[in-house]
Design a protein around this ligand. Sequence first.
Ligand code: SAM
Length: 186
Amino acid sequence: MILGAVRCDWRQQTAEEYFQTKDDTKFHLIHAVHVLYNVEDHDSILRNMWEQLADGGYMFVVMQSDKGGWGGLRHNLWEKFGQGDRLKTWFRTSDDVNQCLDRRGISYVTSVDEMNINVSECVKEDSEAGELLLDFLTHTPYVSSEPEIKATALEYIRGNSSSVDGKIFFNAFDELILSSKTFTKQ
Ligand SMILES: C[S@@+](CC[C@H](N)C(=O)[O-])C[C@H]1O[C@@H](n2cnc3c(N)ncnc32)[C@H](O)[C@@H]1O
């Protein structure tokens, strides 16, 4: 890959901070790979990303797919324990992004990428690695101190996993969402 002509401007700031600067630079590629769970308002970040895309540029977003186990786990936990507006939380999935694009009339193509996660440690008693992985998968620090959440998550994970060579793999899928801004006619 030839990157010699690419000028890099490294910034350590959130998407919200960046878009607040009202920078009118246009980009040929803007991506958010497993990032839109963390922003305050994914809809407004997507709008800003799209506005700063140059004509002919590409916007690329990756999120956990609703069709996969990890997206399903988010919905399952939210149904049982969530409070308030799910869309304002980490419990977002690829369908939430697709709906934002649909509302704006932005067309896109998607593909699904299988990304099975080895959760063998999660089902072992007293495995520190398993506890940390479960914290990560449930987005719940010290999930062991929340027995109901832990039991619900483990039940869901067991029901959506496959066993291969004595290891247990949670069937997660990434959804890759690609939009292109068509060229403006001269
Ligand atoms: C799950 S990681 C994904 C990192 C990388 N894109 C990848 O796929 O390996 C989530 C990333 O989102 C970043 N992040 C969290 N909140 C953010 C925000 N408000 N704006 C932009 N990035 C944010 C974190 O710093 C972290 O690097």
